[in-house]
Design a protein around this ligand. Structure first.
Ligand SMILES: O=c1ccn([C@@H]2O[C@H](COP(=O)(O)O)[C@@H](O)[C@H]2O)c(=O)[nH]1
Length: 271
């Protein structure tokens, strides 16, 4: 998917919501546990109930890898289900990969070719040759951690490196990498006060913004400082939507939570 197609979807659906599919078997409704693939059944119900309210789904691979081969199969069924039934949706494998070049190429093949995700999250710590293998894929997107939503972000990301905060060095340096047009960045919703500085460096790049909902980030604040003229925001909420209820009405309640965010987004887009 191109960024232009993603932007068109944002305007059509009046939404820049990304729903995180972080399936924890201890939190899903118990009636699903007797099905053959509880993770997939849960995701399918959430996706069917919310696809018109969001432009993206983001399974975090940790929640699938934790269940071994079965978890990976649930992930594969989930991405295939989205691609077959809702091909307009932008898919994100939140895997936070990155390694020496030849290993990164294999990670990229796994997520872009085998699983056919539109994008994958990567860590910047190993530098250019660890990220460029992901960027080489046409119409696929590499979402690099810039300033994360957690408290530990202050351990390294905001530290001064040669007169500049490290997250700024990450943004500035990566802009010059080969196929940098395929880069997006992760910036936590809990760091809204940093968005103005970030937009000075990457005014038009898409930012994936986790941290609204369970982590307490503010949609309004993020949009105030982080929305570019082409929107270029994907606001993620996972637990706040998918665990709205653990009863038989879980998909309906997830829709209600997604609708609240989508309606807020529609108002922001209309301003
Ligand atoms: O800085 C980051 C980067 C990634 N995440 C991931 O996003 C979701 C957030 O889930 P919530 O339940 O809405 O808190 C989850 O997969 C994280 O691993 C992040 O939170 N912050």
């Amino acid at each position: 998917m191109t960024t232009e197609q993603l932007t068109d979807q944002i305007h059509t659906k009046k939404s820049f919501l990304c729903i995180g599919l972080d399936v924890d078997m201890t939190k899903i409704p118990t009636h699903l546990l007797t099905t053959e693939d509880p993770i997939f059944e849960f995701n399918k119900a959430i996706i069917d109930a919310t696809h018109d309210l969001c432009v993206s789904y983001k399974p975090n691979t940790a929640f699938y890898e934790a269940y071994g081969i079965k978890g990976w199969q649930s992930l594969e069924k989930t991405i295939n289900y989205i691609n077959e039934n809702y091909p307009e949706i932008f898919t994100i494998a939140d895997a936070k990969r990155g390694d020496i070049g030849n290993t990164s190429s294999m990670y990229a093949k796994a997520f872009f070719e085998d699983l056919n995700f539109d994008s994958v999250t990567v860590a910047p710590y190993m530098g250019k040759d660890s990220v460029e293998p992901f960027l080489a894929f046409e119409n696929k997107h590499t979402i690099m951690l810039a300033l994360t939503s957690n408290e530990g972000a202050f351990d390294f990301q905001t530290k001064n490196v040669a007169g500049k905060e490290l997250y700024k060095v990450v943004l500035e340096t990566s802009k010059n990498w080969k196929n940098a047009k395929n880069l997006m960045y992760v910036v936590g919703a809990t760091k809204a006060e940093y968005f103005t500085e970030i937009r000075k460096i990457v005014p038009h790049s898409f930012l994936l913004v986790p941290g609204v909902g369970a982590q307490g980030g503010s949609l309004q604040e993020v949009c105030k400082y982080g929305m570019s003229e082409n929107v270029a925001l994907l606001i993620n909420s996972s637990r706040g939507i998918i665990y709205a209820s653990n009863g038989t009405d879980f998909a309906e309640k997830a829709r209600e939570e997604a609708l609240k965010l989508q309606q807020e987004m529609a108002v922001i887009l209309n301003k």
